[in-house]
Design a protein around this ligand. Structure first.
Ligand code: ADP
Length: 188
């Protein structure tokens, strides 16, 4: 399967991504994790990305697109992958379509969660970029840059909406059901 997880920062995507990948035997591609690894490794990409991430902004599209393109071209991704945190902008979605060609995305799971719950959960996470002003900035950027992807994927008939306000287990069950509907429909 080729799966995209879409939803506001701090909605629990990362947790769901890990569980889903273990179950579906697909590669987990988290741009947040890849970027944090670049920052920790002090690579040129990491040096560029760090101040942007610390401010809650988006790393430039070309850098993130290169990262994802390289990752999904590796042999272990041939059997399927799950994109977590990508695409986050319309140009990123365009680049993904071009990169995948005929073997495009099969399902976009869209997590719905209100702002106050997002802030509450993110504050509980304790990551260095999880101060309240940065969280609010990430949310603003999400609404402006990423949310337009919802309409795009809905129009393409790929969107599966999941209520992210429940427990991790409830959201996991709903996610599994959403992916299973698509797997059945597309014959994998
Ligand atoms: P969250 O879990 O809060 O949604 P992520 O771990 O996905 O955050 O990403 C952390 C930071 O990495 C983002 O705030 C952003 O600065 C950067 N980032 C991650 N993915 C992308 C992307 N697709 N495009 C641009 N920047 C990204």
């Amino acid at each position: 399967m080729r799966i995209v997880l879409l939803g506001p920062p701090g909605c629990g995507k990362g947790t769901q991504a890990q569980r889903l990948c273990a179950r579906e035997k697909v590669v987990h591609v988290s741009t947040g994790d890849l970027l944090r690894a670049a920052v920790a490794g002090g690579t040129p990409l990491g040096l560029k990305a760090k101040p942007i991430m610390d401010a809650g902004r988006l790393v430039p599209d070309d850098l993130v697109v290169d990262l994802v393109r390289e990752r999904i071209a590796r042999p272990d991704a041939a059997a399927g992958f799950l994109l977590d945190g990508f695409p986050r902008t319309i140009p990123q979605a365009d680049a993904l379509d071009v990169a995948l060609g005929r073997n495009g995305v099969q399902v976009v799971v869209y997590y719905v969660l209100g702002d106050e719950e997002i802030v509450r959960r993110s504050l509980g996470r304790g990551r260095s970029d999880d101060t309240e002003p940065v969280i609010r900035e990430r949310l603003r950027v999400y609404r402006a840059q990423t949310e337009p992807l919802v309409a795009r994927y809905r129009k393409a008939g790929l969107l599966e909406e999941v209520d992210a306000s429940g427990t991790m287990e409830q959201v996991e069950v709903a996610t599994k059901a959403a992916v299973a509907r698509r797997a059945a429909g597309s014959g994998r």
